[in-house]
Design a protein around this ligand. Sequence first.
Ligand SMILES: Nc1nc2c(ncn2[C@@H]2O[C@H](COP(=O)(O)OP(=O)(O)OP(=O)(O)O)[C@@H](O)[C@H]2O)c(=O)[nH]1
Ligand SMILES: [Mg+2]
Length: 246
Amino acid sequence: MGYWGVVINNLKNADIILLVLDARIPEETRNSEIEKRAEILGTRIVLIFNKADLVNKKAIKELKEKHKDAFFTNSKKRQTLLPLKKYLNKISENRLKALRVAILGYPNVGKSSILNSLTEAKEKISSVSGTTKKTKWIRVGNLRYMDTPGVIPKKDSKTKVALTSSKDIYKTEDPEKIAFRLISKLRKTNALQENYRIKFTKKDSEYDIFLKIGEKKKLLIKGGEIDEDKTARIIVSDWQRGKIRV
Ligand SMILES: Nc1nc2c(ncn2[C@@H]2O[C@H](COP(=O)(O)OP(=O)(O)OP(=O)(O)O)[C@@H](O)[C@H]2O)c(=O)[nH]1
Ligand SMILES: [Mg+2]
């Protein structure tokens, strides 16, 4: 079965879908292919804004207002999963058959971490994307959870895939392009100033900001110039590994 076939199969075997998003970039980590297909099948989708610990309170508040039915989690802290657990228990309680809960989303958003925190499962988690290779079922009482490999929409560009932490930056060509895109996104927040302790103004280009980070981190090549390849990989890697809060 091809990749999309596996996804369809997972969707068909689910009574409810937990679509896990990276709360730092929720729009980029939604998946319209999955959402459309779920709508056709009539399967309920619940949005989970995971890695909420990496997002400032004001932004979380705005997201909560916009997505009243969603859940906000830090899957490393079990108690943040309690409202979701309660919600699932409630819908599963009077069912004759166990409620099948599929955990779907981009690679690396924290699907397996969520499963581990919702249950006593000990699925492998890692900052390297593509950790979960096969669909796996875990049964707890009247709930059957399905952990799934991450899904990247077919139409996604390479840059977007790297931004969503789905492709390891050390295995990517042209890391500068991805770093510039990330800087362009993050410069609207205080994330870069706070994380790298740099200062810049509206007049600075993405490239200027990029060089300031390389300089601050002393990423130099012989002759004192900034090592641009290394700087790009470090910035994107920091992002992918959750070291940059927004
Ligand atoms: N800060 C933070 N990091 C998280 C959170 N959830 C997961 N992570 C980290 O994100 C990385 C990916 O977590 P996984 O649970 O392996 O993600 P996944 O979606 O199962 O990934 P694949 O199996 O590759 O599709 C790991 O380094 C986790 O420690 C969270 O809520 N907050
Ligand atoms: Mg996984």
